[in-house]
Write a protein that binds this ligand. Structure first.
Ligand SMILES: Cc1ncc(COP(=O)(O)O)c(C=O)c1O
Length: 409
C-alpha cells in the first residue's frame, strides 16, 4: 500500500497543522536516508547532533538509576534533585539565581520552547524571530496560534539582530523576542554589549518577554565570557525565560532533557501545558542529567578541539569553492556559507540552480551530500553544513561538494 493511502483526509487536520511546515532539516535527512536505502553513498551533514559518545559517568548514572528502580512518574516540572542541579548550573555558569519553583525540566530544550509559546500566545500575538533561526521557531509560534515576525539579519551584522531592527519589529502585539546564541544555523554569538543594546530597546517595551535559547552555550571557540540576556540586566531577567539543556554540550540528544528558568508564574503555566502532554521526560534521563550537570567537564576540551579542527577545515574548503563564501562561525557546530555566487548557473542537464533549495537538492543528487538550504532558516542564498561529523566524512563531503559545484556552468 502506498503512504498516501494512509494519509488522513484533509478535513481531519486542523488549520494549525495544515498551515505548519515539517522540519526541513528532518526532511533533508529523510531524503538522504531514502537514497541510502537505494544503495547510494550519502554523507548526511544535515543533522544537528554531536557524534561523540555520551560521557561515561553519565551513562553509569543512568544504569545506577535503573538498578535503583527509579522507574516511577516524577514531578511534572522534573525531579527536585534535577531542578536543584539546574539551579546550581545557572548560578555557577551564568550568575543567575533561581528557586526550584522557577525551573522546569522537559523533553529537550524543544519542549521548553513549545510549552512557553503554548502557555502564552493568543491568536494575533506576535513573536519577533531574528533570522536565520532554527527551523522550529516560526512553526512553533504558528502552532501556538501566534504570528512570527521575521527579521532578516544577514552577514553584514554577523547574522545578529541590532537594536534598530528590534525597535522596528516591535508592535503593541509583540509578546516575545526569541534569541539564540550561539546560533543555529549561523554560529553567531551575541556579546554582552550587543545584548545590552537590545535590553535598552526592550526597556521601552515592557510587554515584550525574551526567550533565550542557550543550548549551544558550551560550544564556543572564543575566550570571551558567555553572555545571556537574563544576566545582562535585572530588569530583563524579570521577563526572560532562559532555556538550555544537555543535548549539545554532553552529546545527549537522544536522552531528551532540556530545562528552562524564569519567573515562577510563567513556569507554573508551562507546567500546566506539560502536565497535559508528556507529563515529564524519562526518570532515567533525569538521573543522567544530574550526573551531567554536577559532574566533571573534562571531556569538553576534547569535544571543542575536534569541533574547532573540523570547523576550520570545512570553512577553508568552502571558501575554496568558486561561488561560495563563508565566515568563520564563533559557536555551535554549523557553517552557514553564502551560495549567491552559484545561483543562476546550470547543471549537467541545463537546469538552472535558481535557489539555495535547488542547490541543496543538486548536492544531494549529484554529490550525495545532504545539507540544509538557508531558506529553511528563513535566510535564502545560504546553506547549512553541520560539521558534527567525522574528519574523514567531512573531508570526503567537501571534496564532493567542490566537484559538484565546479560542474555548474
Ligand atoms: C537552536 C536550538 N534550540 C533547541 C534545540 C533542541 O534541543 P533539544 O535536543 O534539547 O530539544 C536545537 C536542536 O537542534 C537547536 O538547534
Amino acid at each position: 500500500m502506498t503512504e498516501t493511502s494512509h494519509a488522513p483526509s484533509h478535513a481531519l487536520l486542523s488549520g494549525r497543522v495544515r498551515g505548519a511546515k515539517p522540519s526541513a532539516t528532518k526532511e533533508m535527512t529523510r531524503l538522504a536516508n531514502q537514497l541510502k536505502r537505494e544503495g547510494r553513498s550519502v554523507i548526511t551533514l544535515s543533522q544537528g547532533e554531536p557524534d561523540f559518545p555520551t560521557p561515561r559517568h553519565v551513562r553509569e548514572a543512568a544504569k545506577a538509576a535503573i538498578d535503583r528502580n527509579e522507574s516511577r512518574y516524577t514531578d511534572v516540572a522534573g525531579t527536585l534533585a534535577l531542578r536543584e542541579a539546574v539551579a546550581r548550573k545557572f548560578e555557577r555558569d551564568n550568575g543567575l539565581v533561581y528557586g526550584v519553583d522557577q525551573i522546569q525540566v522537559g523533553c529537550g530544550a524543544k519542549q521548553l520552547l513549545y510549552n512557553a509559546l503554548q502557555a502564552t500566545l493568543d491568536p494575533g500575538d506576535e513573536v519577533v524571530v531574528p533570522v536565520p533561526a532554527w527551523v522550529s521557531y516560526p512553526e512553533m509560534v504558528r502552532l501556538a496560534g501566534g504570528t512570527p515576525v521575521i527579521v532578516r539579519c544577514g552577514a553584514s551584522t554577523g547574522f545578529k539582530l541590532t537594536a534598530a531592527r528590534l525597535q522596528g519589529a516591535i508592535t503593541a502585539r509583540t509578546k516575545w523576542l526569541m534569541l539564540n546564541s550561539p546560533s543555529n544555523p549561523s554560529g553567531a554569538v551575541y556579546t554582552r554589549q550587543e545584548l545590552l543594546a537590545l535590553a535598552q530597546v526592550l526597556s521601552r517595551h515592557p510587554q515584550v518577554w525574551v526567550m533565550a535559547d542557550d543550548v549551544y552555550e558550551k560550544i564556543r571557540y572564543e575566550d570571551t565570557p558567555f553572555a545571556t540576556p537574563a544576566a545582562v540586566s535585572p530588569e530583563l531577567a524579570a521577563r526572560t525565560l532562559t532555556i538550555n539543556g544537555v543535548s549539545k554540550a554532553y552529546a545527549m540528544t537522544g536522552w531528551r532533557v532540556g530545562f528552562g528558568a524564569g519567573p515562577a508564574e510563567l513556569i507554573k503555566a508551562m507546567n500546566l501545558v506539560q502536565s497535559q502532554s508528556t507529563s515529564h521526560t524519562s526518570s532515567i534521563s533525569q538521573a543522567a542529567a544530574i550526573a551531567a550537570l554536577d559532574g566533571p567537564m573534562d571531556f569538553l576540551p576534547g569535544f571543542l578541539q575536534a569541533f574547532r579542527r573540523r570547523r576550520d577545515a570545512v570553512v577553508a574548503r568552502l571558501n575554496g569553492i568558486d561561488g561560495v563564501a563563508c565566515d568563520l562561525p564563533p559557536g555551535a557546530f554549523y557553517a552557514f556559507p553564502s551560495c549567491q555566487g552559484l545561483l543562476g548557473r546550470r547543471d549537467e542537464s541545463g537546469q538552472t540552480i535558481e535557489s539555495d533549495a535547488d542547490l541543496a537538492l543538486y548536492l544531494l543528487r549529484v554529490a550525495g551530500v545532504a545539507v540544509v538550504p538557508g531558506s529553511a532558516f528563513e535566510l535564502p542564498g545560504h546553506f547549512r553544513v553541520s560539521y558534527a561529523a567525522s574528519d574523514a566524512e567531512l573531508d570526503e563531503a567537501m571534496a564532493r561538494i567542490g566537484d559538484a559545484c565546479a560542474q555548474l556552468r
